[in-house]
Design a protein around this ligand. Sequence first.
Ligand SMILES: C[S@@+](CC[C@H](N)C(=O)[O-])C[C@H]1O[C@@H](n2cnc3c(N)ncnc32)[C@H](O)[C@@H]1O
Length: 231
Amino acid sequence: MDLARGKNLDVGSHGLDISQLPTFDAGPFNPGSLFPDPTLPLELEIGSGKGTFLVQQAALQSDTNFLGIEWATEFWRYAADRSRRRAIANVRILRADATQFIRHWMPDGSVRTIHLYFSDPWPKSRHHKRRVIQDESLAQFHRVLGPGGQLRIVTDHENLWKWDLALVERHADLFTRGEFIAPPSAGEGEFVGTNFERKFRREGRPFMAMSLTKRSAADGAAACPATQQLS
Ligand SMILES: C[S@@+](CC[C@H](N)C(=O)[O-])C[C@H]1O[C@@H](n2cnc3c(N)ncnc32)[C@H](O)[C@@H]1O
């Protein structure tokens, strides 16, 4: 895959590789240290692809740090170069396996929102273990989110949607499902406006979305689920 198409991509200080971070057993890691203003609240995007959501939303929401985590080198390089060229101070793109990074590096209660848009569906049964949503990852997302923090999911893939729903229902003690509200950067009729959403919309695919709010011990019984579907 050549996303550069002859351009000389430069990740600058917007792109980081996990090998540049202190090892996870070197002591508590402060994700704020990746940004010029470490004090801002933090949002993560897992599988940020070309970085379309991040650059659009971060420009509108300068009071928040956005960390995209992308394991494919070409996408990572493209998104980091894009953020650097636009001089968006509150975006960083980390080349890493997001589930491993969250599990080993991210401190408890350090994230306001986790975005997971058009995650790879891994349709073959023997590859389902590679899907992002698993028992372990849901527990980790719950751990790193702060009080009232959210996990936001959009997909076009029906089997992946069913998989995610089944896991979320199995862990109804961790999250309450609610309405998915489009971010201000989304275009007319869009859930989010990522690259894959725009491509799939042109193909006429339907989308499914959910917003999960972290439950705490004080929340009591699980709330009634709500999901949305848009063609
Ligand atoms: C189908 S693409 C969607 C990209 C983007 N979210 C969008 O909607 O345009 C899924 C992306 O997630 C990345 N990805 C999948 N699993 C990942 C993981 N565990 N950690 C980091 N990136 C991951 C893939 O490399 C790919 O770029």
